[in-house]
Design a protein around this ligand. Sequence first.
Ligand SMILES: [Zn+2]
Length: 332
Amino acid sequence: MAYTNSPLVSYTKISPNRTKNRNHAIDTITIHCVVGQCSVETLGNVFAPESRQASSNYGIGYDGKIGMYCEEKDRSWCTSSGVNDHRAITIEVASDTKHPYTVNSKAYASLLDLVTDICKRNGIKKLVWSTNKNDRVNHLKGCNMTVHRDYANKSCPGEYLYSKHGEIAAEVNKRLGATTSETKPETPSASIKAGDVVKIASNATYYDGKKTVPAWVRNKNWIVRECKGDRAVIDKSEDGKNAICSPINTKFLTVVKKTETPSAFKPYLVKINTDALNIRKGAGTNFAKTGCITDKGIYTIVAESKGQGATKGWGKLKSGAGWISLDFVKKV
Ligand SMILES: [Zn+2]
């Protein structure tokens, strides 16, 4: 197969730190965090000296610009694993220098564009992410996204990007599948209820029709506070980090997650089988930690949610302390 490079690149500075001609077809995406809100030019300078012994195929600056440092036909020196980098396209994304190594919305938007482009050109039909390291490194169950921490004692890609991998896969897959249904108009959701998680259409204006909803708002998922007729008030982002106060016409909203209707849930007991299990404010690794269980004790689960970042979902503690991943417990 003939290798190509991304047309989204606006800056190229090929690093000497690479292995010419990769020995494996491109079938994996490995996203890294730079640990610095730098530009593509700065990253090019970082990878320029041979003494650095590092490179990536692509880099994304804090401003969303995309740089190339190693052509796709060559293997970058990025993930501390030759086996991985021979089959992966590696992408460094400008990030904060401290935990959780947050990536800004411009860089994140470019990352989605770039990953989609890489998949399209290299015949990757679907991205599959797993929170299980074994699945990732052994490419089990179709897994084709790996992370640096799988191969070296590093936090890369940082908690922010790591916890977004599922979302990245979902959005890219939507775009990859979207080619066949591109002309389909966005259908307004018939009924939007309080608690539903919604996405805002790219052409959305606020309810009064005067102001366009800015891109950072459109790129997030939002929780509906109330909905009357075609007027939806959404005041909180799904990750809890942002709020907007102006109502939006429901015709611009698509429900991505229905609010879970409470069923006759029977509480049950679990035994914790890990030394330290984080308690989180909500059902997902994207929610803040509120505590940590270290006693391997027995706890009562009073609600379940699929949430994010746990294969078996999340359980709500009876104490009200928060939610725990059900991956690390056993029913007793
Ligand atoms: Zn890395």
